[in-house]
Design a protein around this ligand. Structure first.
Ligand code: SF4
Length: 270
């Protein structure tokens, strides 16, 4: 695996790697000490709002290929944290992701995950690992919408129900490391009803909410800034621990959902 190109903004550094078989993947160094790594070439979940899954799954990365992203970047810049949040669904390449996790832990790194949550038995194993945070990308409370926009994920309600049952066996500290990820789209999931349901679920589960600002990758619009702040303020007023997308995650270089398998072919140039 070799580093082909580095693209920098004021905030992030995006690395394009070429794998031995010629496929490409991307990683992002942000916040000065965090590396967001990819786990697959493409993604089988094919969320319609995400550039990473546009071509579906091409292949899984091996544990070594996941770790190699860290090995190369840490030779150039400081890396103390790993976010398993790049291209791919970690639970769909679970054996390699688990092995890579233990490599990272041996290096003393803090590791957090983003996942769409399925299959649930693997999510359960993931939650039990000694991670620093698991953000479960919910995005839609309604099963119909989730099916429409995250076609190869599973039901929202089953996912929430699973988290309720799983939460009962966790310590409060462990539960506090789980968050519901929610990207706000204009007129799709930003209504008052959505807000109230999301708040009720977060309170019932005793977990936090990560409100993500949508980085436009085509076909969808981000919710108005005002709505985004309204969601934040309302949830805070109901004592839900809620965080907003950091400026790093909103950056057009390497922000959430913007990594691609082949930048030229995807015609995503920066
Ligand atoms: S948002 Fe995550 S799960 Fe969905 S297509 Fe993109 S990388 Fe895959």
């Amino acid at each position: 695996m070799k580093l082909l190109q580095t693209i920098e903004s004021d905030l992030n550094r995006l690395f394009i790697f070429e794998l031995r078989d010629g496929h490409k993947i991307e990683s992002v160094h942000y916040r000065g000490d965090t590396l967001c790594v990819s786990t697959q070439v493409g993604c089988p979940v094919i969320c319609s709002f995400c550039a990473s899954g546009k071509r579906g799954l091409i292949r899984n990365l091996s544990a070594e290929e996941i770790f190699e992203q860290y090995r190369i970047v840490s030779g150039l810049f400081p890396v103390r944290r790993i976010a398993v949040a790049g291209i791919g669904e970690p639970l769909s390449n679970w054996q390699s992701v688990k092995s890579a996790f233990w490599f990272f832990k041996e290096k003393g790194l803090k590791v957090s995950f983003y996942t769409s949550g399925y299959p649930l038995n693997r999510l359960s194993e993931l939650i039990d690992l000694s991670h620093c945070g698991v953000t479960v990308s919910l995005h839609f409370i309604s099963d119909d919408k989730r099916k429409r926009f995250m076609p190869f994920s599973g039901s929202s309600l089953k996912l929430l129900e699973f988290l309720r049952l799983k939460g009962g066996s966790l310590t409060r500290k462990k539960r506090s490391k789980i968050s519901l990820g929610y990207v706000l789209f204009k007129d799709l999931n930003d209504s008052e009803k959505d807000l109230r349901l999301l708040t009720e679920w977060a309170l019932r589960l005793g977990v936090s909410v990560t409100l993500l600002r949508y980085n436009e990758t085509g076909g969808f619009l981000p919710a108005d800034e005002e709505r985004y702040e309204h969601f934040f303020r309302y949830m805070r007023s109901r004592s839900v621990k809620v965080t907003l997308s950091t400026r790093f995650r909103r950056d057009k270089i390497g922000g959430c959902g913007t990594l691609v398998v082949d930048r030229e072919e995807a015609e995503v140039m920066i």
